[in-house]
Design a protein around this ligand. Structure first.
Ligand SMILES: [Zn+2]
Length: 271
């Protein structure tokens, strides 16, 4: 599933390639992914100019100027691919946008995703994005992180995955973030010391920033169809059940935590 690092990479590339381009056509083949009828979506997009593409959590925000914003969520994963000329376009897609210069992009969801068009003025009425907490990128300060945690109940992993608290962390990076901070995923939030919260913040920054630098995770593709450089070698505990912990040698365990599985070192991350 694309998480913040993949969204940072994709939005940066889309901004570079698409800014200022004017829509010459669009097609939406899966109405369930849309918030308005396909004809209305494509008709409204026609003639609009792409602004600065950004992201919030796991959503891509593509301004369609004037006055609209296209909101894209890649769900469990998707190929969102740029093409420079129509002949280079992928043939398998649920959504496609073409620009006046012949370039464009396609989206093929692996499972399910969203392409929603909103009036930019009414963006706050888009419940799925309006409810998102701050993105866990470099703009999230340690103070903001502490504030999001303050008064929170429940377990620390659930907090990391709760997009209304902070947005952009999914299950894959959560294993590494918690291991880096020496925290068990089931640690109750009220039991965390200030020092542990600061360690968690530092680990979150370290893991996500290195994944961004690497171009995202290897099992996702960027706007040019390239795989990310953050590979299985980067996982310290994630998906490494039975292998020795890189810090202490204890075999890594796979445990059930709420509705997700977690990979932990029982020595480095005691409950
Ligand atoms: Zn260990």
């Amino acid at each position: 599933m694309p998480e913040l690092p993949e969204l940072v990479v994709l939005s940066h590339q889309a901004r570079q390639e698409l800014k200022g381009k004017v829509v010459a056509g669009a097609s939406a083949l899966q109405p369930k992914c849309l918030n308005i009828p396909p004809d209305e979506l494509c008709h409204t997009l026609f003639g609009k100019r792409v602004g600065d593409v950004t992201y919030k959590g796991k959503w891509l925000f593509m301004p369609m100027e004037p006055s609209y914003t296209l909101l894209i969520n890649l769900g469990m994963g998707a190929d969102m691919l740029y093409f420079a000329t129509p002949g280079d376009a992928a043939t398998n897609y649920q959504f496609r946008m073409d620009f006046e210069d012949g370039s464009g992009f396609t989206i093929r969801f692996w499972w399910f995703g969203h392409v929603h068009l909103m009036s930019t003025e009414a963006l706050t009425e888009h419940a799925m994005t309006a409810s998102l907490g701050p993105s866990v990128d470099s703009s999230l300060t340690v103070e903001a992180f502490r504030a999001a945690l303050s008064g929170a109940r429940g377990r620390i992993k659930s907090f990391l995955l709760n997009q209304s608290k902070i947005s952009g962390v999914g299950n894959a990076y959560a294993h590494e973030i918690l291991f880096g901070a020496g925290l068990h995923p089931d640690r109750p939030i009220p039991s965390l010391s200030q020092a542990e919260i600061d360690l968690l913040y530092a680990s979150l920054r370290r893991v996500l920033d290195s994944a961004i630098l690497a171009g995202g995770a290897y099992y996702e593709k960027d706007f040019y169809g390239r795989q990310g450089g953050y590979t299985a070698d980067n996982w310290m505990v994630g998906y490494n059940e039975g292998r020795p912990c890189p810090k202490c040698g204890t075999p890594i365990e796979k445990i059930k935590t709420g509705s997700t599985s977690s990979y932990v070192c029982p020595t480095c991350q005691p409950l």
